[in-house]
Write a protein that binds this ligand. Structure first.
Ligand SMILES: [Zn+2]
Length: 431
């Protein structure tokens, strides 16, 4: 059969599986895999694994024993399912995180009820990202059913803790070769980044804590001490006047969405000075001897982490030259380098082709404002051909009344299936 005939058959089969896709997504939503703490991971993995095993996949359950957050009460259970084709060829892997963030306030529906209304499924994790997981499973199942002699291999993984860094999830598996060649060639992460967009990567992250140190004294005689809060204010003022204008000028060539995130950004995550944290009651008259700031700097592929760090350190030094009693410490909290898959990657072209075939329009290439598990695939797995592609609207992630459009899921499953046909048959790769 021609590749086009095969794809048309797959599109039909996936359209016919609409009710199954809805039921699958609803079942996944009803397993409340809230992280933190990391509830119900094993239940969720076993649910996915049982279903895929019935369709011929070999399923492995991999607990990240001793990994970050792993305990007997909250085991970090991951699931990897693989099915071998009848002929040699590459392996296409769909990776989804199974954890969801806490529902929070403001819901008008049960966050774990998976209510269906107006062509949407509502619930925590519908969009981020169990809808994408379900779509990839339906796509893979259709491929296996319609194309019994497919070449290569198809894998689906359900992994933990993406919302808290992914260390016991994709990072842990990547350290064990699950995201490297020769096992895997292409990784698609169905994060909610719009059904017509291919997400090539994300900006870099550098988090740091700055502590300004003062000297304690009686609050009625502040001239006898050194206020850490005033020192911090001087630093913040410098950032405001000297750094923000520069950051607002630095525009990246990365296609980051939304547009505002196409620049270098800096967020003050939290600040605390003076009274010990959590202390209530009437405060004593004291000069603050410590003030701590957590900053969240997102940087561009055109910048590098040493420069980004030095920029803050230089400002601190220059405050010190103006204020002789200014003392500070700066600590790195965590960081991630920017990642970006090349637009010429066969993986990107295959998804472009799928989007054109299913939606009848050109794909948009984007980059994410925040990070996701692609960083581990690239940095630990050394796999360049990794992107995010999945249904759902990015802005709905982590919001109350999160939902996923059923049509969007069906169409993105069709795109995934078409792209997989091209990747497994080597269409688009340099021969
Ligand atoms: Zn996500």
């Amino acid at each position: 059969m021609s590749a086009d005939g095969l794809k048309q058959g797959l599109f039909q089969r996936i359209a016919d599986a609409r009710d199954d896709l809805v039921a699958l997504t609803r079942d996944l939503i009803r397993i409340p895999t809230v992280n933190p703490p990391g509830d119900a991971y094993t239940d969720c993995c076993e649910y996915i694994g049982r279903r895929l095993a019935r369709r011929g996949f070999t399923v492995e359950y991999l607990r990240a024993e001793g990994g970050v957050g792993d305990s007997d009460r909250y085991p970090r259970t991951n699931m990897v399912a693989r099915i071998e084709g009848k002929r040699p060829g590459p392996c296409v892997h769909f990776n989804s995180h199974i954890d969801v963030v806490t529902p929070g306030e403001g819901w008008t529906v049960d966050p774990f009820g998976a209510e269906v209304r107006d062509g949407r499924i509502y619930g925590r994790g519908t969009c981020d990202m169990k809808g994408g997981l379900a779509a990839s499973m339906i796509a893979a199942e259709a491929l296996v059913a319609d194309w019994p002699d497919f070449p290569g291999a198809i894998e689906i993984s359900g992994t933990v803790d993406e919302e808290t860094g992914g260390y016991a999830g994709v990072a842990w598996l990547a350290e064990r070769g699950y995201f490297s060649q020769p096992r895997v060639d292409y990784v698609i992460i169905p994060e909610p980044l719009h059904k017509d967009c291919v997400c090539l990567g994300h900006r870099g992250v550098w988090w740091a804590e700055v502590e300004v140190k003062g000297r304690i004294a009686h609050g009625s005689m502040p001239f006898l001490g050194t206020s850490a809060v005033r020192g911090m204010a001087a630093f913040l003022d410098k950032v405001e006047r000297e750094l923000y204008p520069k950051l607002n000028q630095r525009r990246t060539a990365m296609p980051v969405i939304p547009e505002g995130a196409r620049f270098s950004t800096l967020n003050f995550n939290s600040i605390h000075g003076g009274l010990p944290e959590g202390q209530d009651g009437f405060p004593a008259a004291l000069v603050a001897d410590s003030c701590r700031l957590v900053l969240d700097r997102r940087y561009l592929i055109e910048e590098n982490q040493q420069e980004v760090r030095a920029e803050i350190a230089d400002l601190l030094e220059s405050v010190g030259r103006e204020r002789p009693d200014f003392r500070y410490e700066m600590r790195d909290l965590w960081s991630v380098d920017p990642v970006m898959t090349e637009e010429e990657s066969p993986l990107v072209r295959a998804l472009d082709g799928g989007i054109a075939a299913v939606l009848g329009r050109d794909a948009r290439h984007i980059a994410s404002p925040g990070t996701y598990d692609q960083k581990h695939v690239q940095r630990i797995g050394h796999l360049k051909d990794c992107v995010a592609y999945g249904p759902g609207i990015l802005d709905l992630a982590h919001q109350p009344d999160e939902y996923i459009g059923i049509d969007d899921m069906v169409q993105s499953a069709q795109v995934m299936a078409a792209a997989t046909v091209d990747l497994l048959t080597g269409k688009g790769t340099s021969a």
